[in-house]
Design a protein around this ligand. Sequence first.
Ligand code: RM4
Ligand code: MN
Ligand code: MN
Length: 424
Amino acid sequence: MRIAANHIAQHNESLQAKHQARLHAVLQETDQAEAIIQKLMAFNVAIPSWALGTGGTRFGRFAGAGEPRNLEEKIEDVGLLHALNNSSGSISLHIPWDIPKDYAAIRELAGSFGLSFDAVNSNTFQDQPGQPLSYKFGSLQHVNKAVREQAIAHNIDVIQHGDALGSKALTVWLADGSSFPGQLNFRNAFENTLESLEVIYKALPSDWKMFVEYKAFEPNFYSMTVGDWGQSLLYANKLGPQAYTLVDLGHHLLNANIEQIVSLLLMEGKLAGFHFNDSKYGDDDLTVGSINPYQLFLIFKELVEGMDARGMNHATDLGWMIDASHNLKDPLEDLLQSVEAIMLAYAQALLVDAAALKAAQLNNDVTQAQEILQQAYRTDVRPLVAEARLRAGAALQPLQLYRNAGVRKALVDERGSNTVATGL
Ligand code: RM4
Ligand code: MN
Ligand code: MN
């Protein structure tokens, strides 16, 4: 299914008067509006191929309907999102959940929706049918060299799939670790993992990056071999200039100061980018901005400040991706909400008066520093984000149009109500 341009135009027309009035109100608040709109138009968040169907927990999964049955239909779904918001112009594949069969055809299909391929993700946290050796006790860390070699070969295979599609990064997330004290020798696990990553790193094309993702716990509950940003940074530094640390917002212990982590990784030139989601307890994988939008704003504030300090391009120099699981909501609606939350946090961060904040910091004016941040956070930037979409031919209100156009019903009619997408 595709949403016709004239359908979007009609929708925008019907909301135009109200939009202009709201936009006018924000224009009174800032003289930066035009620059912010331009940056918003350039910004893009990749959609994971594994989160277009219904997710589940270990207690069960309550299926939705009209889920994409194959990679082509997943691309079609991301195409729908991008047509609606002009900010979802890429897809991140998980191998082997989404192995492309005909690269040229897949590239052409994605191109027809204006989509490109973001980082490719390897999977050594599950055993695949017919796989000779098991990952039950880890993959790149495994005590048995043959298991490590199998996991290395898989990662190199993933690079080759990604290369054929035009991806430029490999994300390695390892479930490796231990669930009981004494199970592992920490140092040996680290050394095995590093040695394995080194072989994969050597297989990277020269214009590729390797993203080393960390996670504090789950599925292992005593130690994770890439458990926090310190460990990830150790690997990234030892591997070399093409390796970076990837921050998934749900992968920290409770109350970790993620914005400070981001600031320091950026300072070191080692921040890969993000897996966005939200959480209250752990790796909850909830809709971005649904629990703690203020934290998201504070993270973006560090991102904007840190990227500007290094002269980086906000849109292209880091990897921006959603990594969430949609257990209750329609995945496409959920993703529209997530992208919107990211765009709002980014717009609010762009609104921060950086010079005034610097002056307040130099004067130890704590009160004023808080005022400056909250002035930006409490400004209603929704009309700026909507204006960026309008100018790009996307929808003023993507979710509203998605519902009014009956997109999910059309997808169910086309695909059936009992389809199951590969993924989480
Ligand atoms: C992990 C991690 C990875 C993602 C898998 C599906 O918790 O966040 O990034 O690829 O889940
Ligand atoms: Mn992740
Ligand atoms: Mn996760």
